[in-house]
Ligand binder design. Structure first.
Ligand SMILES: NC(=O)c1ccc[n+]([C@@H]2O[C@H](COP(=O)([O-])OP(=O)(O)OC[C@H]3O[C@@H](n4cnc5c(N)ncnc54)[C@H](O)[C@@H]3O)[C@@H](O)[C@H]2O)c1
Ligand SMILES: [Zn+2]
Ligand SMILES: [Zn+2]
Length: 370
Protein backbone atom coordinates (compact mmCIF):
# COMPACT_ATOMS: atom_id res chain seq x y z
CA UNK A 1 0.00 0.00 0.00
CA UNK A 2 0.95 3.67 -0.22
CA UNK A 3 1.60 6.05 2.66
CA UNK A 4 2.47 9.75 2.81
CA UNK A 5 5.37 10.38 5.16
CA UNK A 6 7.84 13.07 6.30
CA UNK A 7 11.39 12.06 5.42
CA UNK A 8 14.85 13.38 6.14
CA UNK A 9 17.32 12.65 3.33
CA UNK A 10 20.25 14.79 4.34
CA UNK A 11 21.16 16.51 7.60
CA UNK A 12 20.39 20.22 7.53
CA UNK A 13 17.94 19.95 4.61
CA UNK A 14 14.21 20.51 4.78
CA UNK A 15 12.03 17.58 5.74
CA UNK A 16 10.28 16.26 2.60
CA UNK A 17 6.73 14.93 2.58
CA UNK A 18 6.18 12.29 -0.06
CA UNK A 19 4.35 9.11 -1.00
CA UNK A 20 6.16 5.85 -0.20
CA UNK A 21 5.41 2.13 -0.48
CA UNK A 22 4.56 0.14 2.61
CA UNK A 23 4.80 -3.66 2.81
CA UNK A 24 2.23 -5.68 4.80
CA UNK A 25 2.93 -6.96 8.32
CA UNK A 26 5.04 -10.10 8.72
CA UNK A 27 5.71 -12.27 11.79
CA UNK A 28 5.39 -10.20 14.98
CA UNK A 29 4.51 -7.03 13.06
CA UNK A 30 1.38 -4.89 12.86
CA UNK A 31 -0.05 -2.38 10.39
CA UNK A 32 -1.00 0.78 12.25
CA UNK A 33 -3.01 3.74 10.97
CA UNK A 34 -1.40 6.66 12.76
CA UNK A 35 -3.93 9.25 13.87
CA UNK A 36 -1.56 11.63 15.67
CA UNK A 37 2.16 12.31 16.08
CA UNK A 38 3.94 14.65 18.50
CA UNK A 39 6.73 17.01 17.44
CA UNK A 40 9.53 16.11 19.87
CA UNK A 41 12.93 17.79 19.69
CA UNK A 42 14.73 14.47 19.10
CA UNK A 43 13.45 14.34 15.48
CA UNK A 44 15.10 17.73 14.92
CA UNK A 45 18.33 16.28 16.26
CA UNK A 46 18.11 13.71 13.45
CA UNK A 47 17.14 16.34 10.83
CA UNK A 48 20.04 18.57 11.94
CA UNK A 49 22.50 15.69 12.15
CA UNK A 50 23.07 16.06 15.92
CA UNK A 51 21.92 12.47 16.21
CA UNK A 52 23.46 10.55 13.35
CA UNK A 53 20.81 8.26 11.96
CA UNK A 54 20.76 6.00 8.92
CA UNK A 55 19.09 7.99 6.12
CA UNK A 56 16.64 8.26 4.50
CA UNK A 57 14.50 8.08 7.59
CA UNK A 58 10.79 8.66 8.14
CA UNK A 59 10.72 10.90 11.21
CA UNK A 60 8.42 10.79 14.24
CA UNK A 61 8.65 8.75 17.40
CA UNK A 62 5.70 10.04 19.40
CA UNK A 63 2.61 8.41 17.95
CA UNK A 64 -0.84 7.00 18.49
CA UNK A 65 -3.22 5.22 16.20
CA UNK A 66 -5.40 2.24 15.45
CA UNK A 67 -4.25 -1.29 14.57
CA UNK A 68 -5.53 -2.22 11.09
CA UNK A 69 -3.95 -5.63 10.58
CA UNK A 70 -1.63 -8.00 12.44
CA UNK A 71 0.97 -10.44 11.15
CA UNK A 72 1.38 -14.06 12.31
CA UNK A 73 2.28 -14.56 15.96
CA UNK A 74 1.03 -11.18 17.16
CA UNK A 75 -0.47 -11.51 20.66
CA UNK A 76 -0.14 -8.06 22.21
CA UNK A 77 -2.70 -6.23 20.07
CA UNK A 78 -5.55 -7.01 17.66
CA UNK A 79 -7.18 -5.16 14.72
CA UNK A 80 -9.27 -2.24 15.99
CA UNK A 81 -7.17 -1.70 19.12
CA UNK A 82 -6.25 1.87 19.99
CA UNK A 83 -2.57 2.09 20.78
CA UNK A 84 0.09 4.51 21.93
CA UNK A 85 3.54 3.69 20.55
CA UNK A 86 6.54 3.44 22.81
CA UNK A 87 9.67 4.99 21.25
CA UNK A 88 11.66 2.19 22.88
CA UNK A 89 10.40 -1.28 21.95
CA UNK A 90 10.17 -3.73 24.81
CA UNK A 91 10.74 -7.38 24.07
CA UNK A 92 10.07 -8.53 27.64
CA UNK A 93 12.74 -11.22 27.62
CA UNK A 94 16.16 -9.60 27.18
CA UNK A 95 18.36 -9.23 30.26
CA UNK A 96 17.19 -5.64 30.78
CA UNK A 97 13.46 -6.20 30.28
CA UNK A 98 13.62 -9.28 32.49
CA UNK A 99 15.09 -7.21 35.31
CA UNK A 100 12.59 -4.34 35.10
CA UNK A 101 14.72 -2.00 33.00
CA UNK A 102 12.56 -1.95 29.88
CA UNK A 103 13.77 1.48 28.75
CA UNK A 104 17.12 -0.07 27.91
CA UNK A 105 15.66 -3.10 26.12
CA UNK A 106 18.18 -4.65 23.73
CA UNK A 107 15.74 -4.07 20.87
CA UNK A 108 16.41 -0.33 21.25
CA UNK A 109 19.82 -0.86 19.61
CA UNK A 110 18.45 -0.01 16.16
CA UNK A 111 16.21 2.99 16.94
CA UNK A 112 18.50 5.25 14.91
CA UNK A 113 18.99 2.70 12.14
CA UNK A 114 15.24 2.55 11.86
CA UNK A 115 14.78 -1.01 10.69
CA UNK A 116 12.80 -3.80 12.31
CA UNK A 117 14.48 -6.98 13.63
CA UNK A 118 16.30 -8.84 10.87
CA UNK A 119 17.22 -5.61 9.02
CA UNK A 120 13.71 -5.48 7.69
CA UNK A 121 12.58 -2.24 6.02
CA UNK A 122 8.81 -2.25 5.40
CA UNK A 123 9.03 1.21 3.77
CA UNK A 124 10.54 1.66 0.30
CA UNK A 125 10.51 4.50 -2.16
CA UNK A 126 12.48 6.37 -4.83
CA UNK A 127 15.67 6.19 -2.75
CA UNK A 128 15.50 2.54 -1.77
CA UNK A 129 14.90 1.38 1.78
CA UNK A 130 13.63 3.90 4.31
CA UNK A 131 14.22 3.55 8.04
CA UNK A 132 11.65 4.71 10.58
CA UNK A 133 12.65 6.90 13.54
CA UNK A 134 12.75 4.71 16.66
CA UNK A 135 11.46 1.85 14.48
CA UNK A 136 8.03 3.54 14.35
CA UNK A 137 8.23 6.63 12.06
CA UNK A 138 5.00 8.25 13.21
CA UNK A 139 5.13 11.12 10.68
CA UNK A 140 3.47 8.74 8.25
CA UNK A 141 -0.20 7.96 7.65
CA UNK A 142 0.52 4.25 8.13
CA UNK A 143 3.35 2.19 9.56
CA UNK A 144 4.34 -1.44 9.78
CA UNK A 145 5.99 -1.82 13.15
CA UNK A 146 6.93 -4.43 15.72
CA UNK A 147 4.22 -5.39 18.21
CA UNK A 148 6.84 -4.65 20.88
CA UNK A 149 6.46 -0.91 20.11
CA UNK A 150 2.69 -0.89 20.76
CA UNK A 151 0.74 -0.42 23.98
CA UNK A 152 -3.01 -0.96 23.90
CA UNK A 153 -4.96 1.84 25.58
CA UNK A 154 -8.64 2.31 26.49
CA UNK A 155 -10.92 3.02 23.50
CA UNK A 156 -12.43 6.05 25.20
CA UNK A 157 -9.10 7.87 25.61
CA UNK A 158 -8.68 10.76 23.17
CA UNK A 159 -5.73 9.74 20.99
CA UNK A 160 -5.01 13.38 20.13
CA UNK A 161 -3.93 13.84 23.76
CA UNK A 162 -2.75 10.30 24.58
CA UNK A 163 -0.18 10.59 21.77
CA UNK A 164 2.07 12.62 24.08
CA UNK A 165 2.46 9.58 26.32
CA UNK A 166 4.60 7.93 23.62
CA UNK A 167 7.63 10.07 24.48
CA UNK A 168 7.37 13.52 26.08
CA UNK A 169 5.22 12.66 29.07
CA UNK A 170 6.89 9.45 30.30
CA UNK A 171 10.34 10.88 29.55
CA UNK A 172 9.78 14.03 31.61
CA UNK A 173 7.50 12.60 34.29
CA UNK A 174 9.77 9.58 34.73
CA UNK A 175 12.94 11.72 34.83
CA UNK A 176 11.48 13.20 38.02
CA UNK A 177 9.54 10.29 39.53
CA UNK A 178 11.83 7.40 38.58
CA UNK A 179 15.31 8.70 37.83
CA UNK A 180 15.51 11.59 40.33
CA UNK A 181 13.26 9.61 42.68
CA UNK A 182 11.67 12.85 43.89
CA UNK A 183 10.27 12.52 47.42
CA UNK A 184 7.73 14.61 49.36
CA UNK A 185 9.28 17.86 50.58
CA UNK A 186 12.12 17.85 48.03
CA UNK A 187 13.51 20.83 46.18
CA UNK A 188 13.79 20.09 42.45
CA UNK A 189 15.24 22.29 39.72
CA UNK A 190 14.23 21.65 36.09
CA UNK A 191 16.29 23.20 33.30
CA UNK A 192 14.46 23.61 29.96
CA UNK A 193 10.66 23.65 29.83
CA UNK A 194 9.74 22.05 26.52
CA UNK A 195 7.64 18.96 25.91
CA UNK A 196 9.94 16.97 28.20
CA UNK A 197 10.62 19.55 30.92
CA UNK A 198 6.96 20.49 31.44
CA UNK A 199 6.29 16.85 32.30
CA UNK A 200 9.24 16.75 34.69
CA UNK A 201 7.49 19.69 36.40
CA UNK A 202 4.26 17.69 36.56
CA UNK A 203 6.07 14.59 37.84
CA UNK A 204 7.99 16.47 40.52
CA UNK A 205 4.81 18.16 41.74
CA UNK A 206 2.87 14.89 41.79
CA UNK A 207 5.70 13.18 43.73
CA UNK A 208 5.29 15.84 46.41
CA UNK A 209 8.21 18.21 45.90
CA UNK A 210 7.98 21.31 48.08
CA UNK A 211 9.85 23.51 45.63
CA UNK A 212 9.58 22.91 41.90
CA UNK A 213 11.87 25.39 40.19
CA UNK A 214 11.50 25.83 36.43
CA UNK A 215 14.33 27.45 34.47
CA UNK A 216 13.85 28.60 30.88
CA UNK A 217 14.83 31.82 29.08
CA UNK A 218 11.39 31.98 27.44
CA UNK A 219 8.56 33.66 29.32
CA UNK A 220 5.77 31.54 27.75
CA UNK A 221 7.51 28.38 28.98
CA UNK A 222 7.92 29.78 32.49
CA UNK A 223 4.24 30.75 32.56
CA UNK A 224 3.21 27.24 31.49
CA UNK A 225 5.43 25.74 34.17
CA UNK A 226 3.81 27.90 36.86
CA UNK A 227 0.37 26.90 35.55
CA UNK A 228 1.19 23.18 35.80
CA UNK A 229 2.82 22.95 39.20
CA UNK A 230 6.10 24.86 39.37
CA UNK A 231 6.44 26.95 42.52
CA UNK A 232 9.13 29.25 41.11
CA UNK A 233 10.35 30.12 37.62
CA UNK A 234 13.56 31.83 36.51
CA UNK A 235 15.02 32.89 33.17
CA UNK A 236 18.60 31.94 34.04
CA UNK A 237 20.45 29.29 36.03
CA UNK A 238 22.22 32.03 38.02
CA UNK A 239 18.96 33.52 39.27
CA UNK A 240 17.71 30.05 40.13
CA UNK A 241 20.95 29.23 41.97
CA UNK A 242 20.57 32.26 44.20
CA UNK A 243 16.95 31.43 45.02
CA UNK A 244 17.71 27.72 45.64
CA UNK A 245 20.51 28.61 48.06
CA UNK A 246 18.11 30.88 49.93
CA UNK A 247 15.08 28.55 49.99
CA UNK A 248 17.15 25.56 51.17
CA UNK A 249 19.20 27.60 53.66
CA UNK A 250 22.36 26.79 51.78
CA UNK A 251 21.74 23.04 51.52
CA UNK A 252 21.05 23.02 47.79
CA UNK A 253 18.44 21.18 45.75
CA UNK A 254 17.75 17.45 46.08
CA UNK A 255 17.69 17.01 42.33
CA UNK A 256 18.35 18.86 39.09
CA UNK A 257 16.65 17.56 35.95
CA UNK A 258 18.19 18.68 32.68
CA UNK A 259 15.74 18.79 29.79
CA UNK A 260 17.19 21.54 27.59
CA UNK A 261 17.07 21.01 23.81
CA UNK A 262 20.83 20.94 23.24
CA UNK A 263 22.76 19.77 26.31
CA UNK A 264 25.93 21.68 27.16
CA UNK A 265 28.64 21.44 29.79
CA UNK A 266 27.34 24.77 31.20
CA UNK A 267 23.87 23.38 31.82
CA UNK A 268 25.26 20.22 33.41
CA UNK A 269 27.54 22.35 35.63
CA UNK A 270 24.61 24.56 36.64
CA UNK A 271 22.59 21.53 37.71
CA UNK A 272 25.58 20.05 39.51
CA UNK A 273 26.11 23.30 41.44
CA UNK A 274 22.42 23.61 42.30
CA UNK A 275 22.20 20.26 44.08
CA UNK A 276 23.48 19.75 47.61
CA UNK A 277 24.98 16.78 49.45
CA UNK A 278 23.49 13.49 48.34
CA UNK A 279 21.74 15.22 45.43
CA UNK A 280 21.29 13.87 41.93
CA UNK A 281 21.61 15.42 38.48
CA UNK A 282 19.45 13.75 35.83
CA UNK A 283 20.64 14.19 32.24
CA UNK A 284 17.72 13.74 29.85
CA UNK A 285 18.39 16.26 27.05
CA UNK A 286 20.72 15.24 24.23
CA UNK A 287 23.47 16.59 22.00
CA UNK A 288 25.85 15.09 19.42
CA UNK A 289 26.97 11.66 20.57
CA UNK A 290 30.66 12.59 20.78
CA UNK A 291 30.12 16.04 22.34
CA UNK A 292 31.75 16.21 25.81
CA UNK A 293 28.82 17.68 27.72
CA UNK A 294 30.05 16.73 31.18
CA UNK A 295 32.99 18.59 32.71
CA UNK A 296 32.81 18.49 36.49
CA UNK A 297 34.93 18.13 39.61
CA UNK A 298 35.01 14.45 40.48
CA UNK A 299 36.30 15.36 43.92
CA UNK A 300 33.20 17.44 44.67
CA UNK A 301 31.10 14.59 43.32
CA UNK A 302 32.73 12.29 45.87
CA UNK A 303 32.99 14.59 48.88
CA UNK A 304 29.37 15.74 48.51
CA UNK A 305 28.23 12.25 47.50
CA UNK A 306 26.50 13.71 44.48
CA UNK A 307 25.40 11.54 41.60
CA UNK A 308 24.81 12.03 37.92
CA UNK A 309 22.38 9.80 36.03
CA UNK A 310 21.32 9.46 32.43
CA UNK A 311 17.60 8.92 31.88
CA UNK A 312 16.12 7.24 28.81
CA UNK A 313 12.31 7.23 28.42
CA UNK A 314 12.26 8.43 32.05
CA UNK A 315 13.28 4.93 33.15
CA UNK A 316 9.65 4.00 32.53
CA UNK A 317 8.31 0.58 31.68
CA UNK A 318 6.14 1.20 28.59
CA UNK A 319 3.80 -1.72 29.31
CA UNK A 320 2.83 -0.52 32.77
CA UNK A 321 3.70 3.18 32.84
CA UNK A 322 1.92 4.31 29.65
CA UNK A 323 -1.48 3.09 30.98
CA UNK A 324 -0.61 4.33 34.48
CA UNK A 325 0.19 7.84 33.25
CA UNK A 326 -2.97 7.86 31.12
CA UNK A 327 -4.89 6.92 34.25
CA UNK A 328 -3.47 9.98 35.99
CA UNK A 329 -4.66 12.06 33.03
CA UNK A 330 -8.16 10.57 33.30
CA UNK A 331 -8.17 11.38 37.02
CA UNK A 332 -7.10 14.98 36.35
CA UNK A 333 -3.75 14.59 38.13
CA UNK A 334 -1.70 15.08 34.99
CA UNK A 335 -2.51 17.61 32.28
CA UNK A 336 -2.18 16.83 28.58
CA UNK A 337 -4.64 19.21 26.87
CA UNK A 338 -2.82 22.21 28.36
CA UNK A 339 0.58 21.25 26.95
CA UNK A 340 -0.50 21.04 23.31
CA UNK A 341 0.13 24.48 21.86
CA UNK A 342 -0.91 23.83 18.24
CA UNK A 343 -1.82 21.14 15.76
CA UNK A 344 -0.49 20.75 12.20
CA UNK A 345 -1.18 18.69 9.11
CA UNK A 346 1.58 16.36 7.90
CA UNK A 347 2.39 18.85 5.13
CA UNK A 348 2.98 21.51 7.79
CA UNK A 349 5.73 19.48 9.51
CA UNK A 350 8.48 22.01 8.70
CA UNK A 351 6.31 24.84 10.00
CA UNK A 352 5.73 22.83 13.18
CA UNK A 353 9.45 22.50 13.74
CA UNK A 354 10.07 26.16 12.88
CA UNK A 355 7.56 27.04 15.60
CA UNK A 356 9.29 24.70 18.06
CA UNK A 357 12.70 26.20 17.30
CA UNK A 358 11.25 29.73 17.59
CA UNK A 359 10.17 28.83 21.13
CA UNK A 360 6.43 29.07 20.43
CA UNK A 361 5.41 25.50 21.25
CA UNK A 362 5.43 23.45 24.39
CA UNK A 363 4.28 20.59 22.17
CA UNK A 364 2.95 20.62 18.62
CA UNK A 365 0.94 17.67 17.33
CA UNK A 366 0.46 16.44 13.75
CA UNK A 367 -3.11 15.33 13.02
CA UNK A 368 -2.97 12.76 10.23
CA UNK A 369 -5.44 12.80 7.33
CA UNK A 370 -6.33 9.58 5.49
N1 LIG B 1 16.41 10.94 27.24
C1 LIG B 1 15.29 10.69 26.57
O1 LIG B 1 14.69 9.63 26.68
C2 LIG B 1 14.74 11.75 25.66
C3 LIG B 1 13.47 11.57 25.09
C4 LIG B 1 12.94 12.60 24.32
C5 LIG B 1 13.66 13.76 24.12
N2 LIG B 1 14.90 13.88 24.65
C6 LIG B 1 15.70 15.11 24.49
O2 LIG B 1 15.26 16.04 25.48
C7 LIG B 1 15.54 17.37 25.04
C8 LIG B 1 14.31 18.23 25.19
O3 LIG B 1 13.32 17.85 24.23
P1 LIG B 1 11.99 18.73 24.07
O4 LIG B 1 11.18 18.06 23.01
O5 LIG B 1 11.39 19.00 25.39
O6 LIG B 1 12.63 20.08 23.48
P2 LIG B 1 11.99 21.55 23.40
O7 LIG B 1 12.67 22.23 22.28
O8 LIG B 1 10.50 21.43 23.41
O9 LIG B 1 12.37 22.25 24.79
C9 LIG B 1 13.66 22.65 25.15
C10 LIG B 1 13.55 23.85 26.09
O10 LIG B 1 14.85 24.14 26.64
C11 LIG B 1 14.96 25.54 26.78
N3 LIG B 1 16.38 25.89 26.94
C12 LIG B 1 17.35 25.95 25.99
N4 LIG B 1 18.54 26.26 26.56
C13 LIG B 1 18.31 26.42 27.88
C14 LIG B 1 19.14 26.75 28.99
N5 LIG B 1 20.44 26.96 28.85
N6 LIG B 1 18.57 26.83 30.23
C15 LIG B 1 17.23 26.58 30.39
N7 LIG B 1 16.41 26.26 29.37
C16 LIG B 1 16.94 26.18 28.14
C17 LIG B 1 14.30 26.08 25.51
O11 LIG B 1 13.93 27.44 25.66
C18 LIG B 1 13.09 25.14 25.40
O12 LIG B 1 11.96 25.68 26.08
C19 LIG B 1 16.05 17.22 23.60
O13 LIG B 1 17.47 17.18 23.61
C20 LIG B 1 15.52 15.86 23.21
O14 LIG B 1 16.25 15.29 22.15
C21 LIG B 1 15.45 12.91 25.43
ZN1 LIG C 1 10.95 12.27 21.98
ZN1 LIG D 1 14.01 -6.34 26.04
Amino acid sequence: MKTRAAVVYEPGKRIEVEELDLDGPREGEVLIRYTHAGLCHSDIHVAHGDLEARLPMVLGHEGAGIIEEVGPGVTRVAPGDHVVCSFIPNCGVCRYCATGRQSICDMGATILEGYLPGERFPITGPRGQYGAMCMIGTFSQYGVISQTSTIKVDDDLPLDKAVLVGCGVPTGWGSAVNTANVAPGDTVAIYGIGGIGINAVQGARYAGAKNVIAIDPLENKREKAMELGATHAFATADEAQEAITEMTRGQGADSAILTVDLMTAEVVAAGFNAIGKGGVVVVTGLNKVMEQTIQLSGTILTLFRKSLKGSLFGDCNPTTDIPKILGLYQAGDLKLDEIITRTYTLDEVNEGYEDLLAGKNVRGVIVHEH
